[in-house]
Design a protein around this ligand. Structure first.
Ligand code: HEC
Ligand code: HEC
Length: 285
């Protein structure tokens, strides 16, 4: 009797283990498919002007939109990670760009598709999607003009924890392609004659990376809705973007870093435009 009960128990435990193994296998198979499949996305027919007339201004703009935060100040590469969840290598741009045509780069930045047809991962294409042709041309021209840089960062690695893989399967951790809404307006091609319109464009190609496409905040990135800007006046807002210090002065981690390294390069008029946009967008009086 006792013997038989043990036998049943053993079978239950064994079936359970087999199920778990099958589940894990399925998650690995599914993520391999998501990341490995190729997408047939036509090359965009845009004629970019990549002539750099003002290198200082082109560098300032390229820093503001973040290419040189992830790919390193020299373009030599860097690491994008969430400790314990994923680690992704952002490759050496001075080596990768010569292998890409301008049209392939536009496709990568606006659609999230790499040259090999696979989706990029960890490249915020949804943030670059709204960029105007002029600004894309300026950034690509500037990056192509960088001298060959020594390799930095981990190289082309994609380490994903099981948690990150589950996120990919359920769509909470989105690939660069999946994060794009192709029906969203491309603000860079819309009029930019008022502070609201100019601020909307600038915020969409900078703040959206962490605060989300409609600036509602992102729980996984730990970022609040930018409605919080209603509690700021313009000098306080400018101080936050230049120094990373919010009202009250506490350290904001990634936000403070982005401010000190990148946003410190915003001009006064640009900060005023972003402020005007956010206040109106979130219904401040
Ligand atoms: C938030 C970090 C981040 C920012 C900002 C960023 N990148 Fe990347 N980039 C990455 C990562 C991570 C990869 C590796 C993607 C992968 O493994 O699919 C990558 C890959 C690339 C690649 C190579 C794709 C391939 O075929 O392997 C190019 C080219 C590139 N980025 C250009 C740019 C340009 C231009 C900008 C600015 C407009 C930019 N990146 C901004 C993180 C970033
Ligand atoms: C690299 C990611 C990142 C980018 C890019 C970014 N933010 Fe943030 N931001 C955060 C995070 C994370 C927090 C929350 C930090 C905390 O509360 O510890 C935050 C917080 C804030 C806050 C709230 C400060 C407070 O009083 O608590 C404001 C305002 C803000 N960001 C504005 C902006 C604006 C404007 C932009 C674009 C110009 C921007 N952020 C771009 C990550 C980012």
């Amino acid at each position: 009797m006792r013997h038989r009960a043990l036998g049943v128990l053993r079978r239950v435990v064994l079936s359970f283990l087999v199920l778990i193994a099958l589940g894990i296998g399925a998650v690995y198979a599914r993520t391999a498919w998501i990341l490995g499949r190729t997408h047939d996305v036509a090359l965009p027919a845009v004629a970019l002007n990549t002539t750099v007339t003002d290198a200082t201004e082109a560098r300032r703009f390229t820093i503001l939109i973040g290419c040189l935060s992830c790919h390193g100040r020299t373009g030599g590469g860097g690491r994008v990670s969430m400790p314990g969840v994923f680690e992704l290598g952002a490759p050496n741009l001075t080596k990768v760009l010569p292998t890409y045509s301008d049209a392939e780069l536009v496709r990568l930045l606006r659609a999230g598709v790499r040259r090999d047809g696979r989706t990029a991962l960890g490249m915020p294409a949804a943030t670059f999607y709204p960029m105007s042709d002029d600004d894309l041309g300026r950034v690509i021209g500037y990056l192509r003009s960088l001298p060959p840089a020594a390799d930095r960062g981990p190289g082309p690695v994609r380490h994903l924890s099981f948690r990150a893989r589950i996120g990919l399967v359920i769509g909470r951790f989105r690939t660069s392609m999946a994060a794009i809404d192709p029906s969203a307006p491309r603000w860079g091609e819309q009029p930019r004659s008022t502070p609201f319109e100019r601020g909307r464009y600038l915020a969409s190609i900078t703040c959206s990376e962490c605060h989300g496409r409609t600036f509602g905040g992102d729980a996984d990135a730990g970022s609040p809705s930018l409605a919080i800007a209603r509690g700021y006046d313009l000098p306080q807002f400018a101080h936050l973007l230049r120094t990373g210090q919010p009202i009250g002065g506490r350290d904001l981690g990634e936000m403070s870093e982005a401010a000190r390294e990148d946003f410190v390069n915003f001009r006064d008029d640009e900060i005023a435009d972003i402020f005007a946009f956010l206040r109106r967008e979130f219904g401040a009086p």
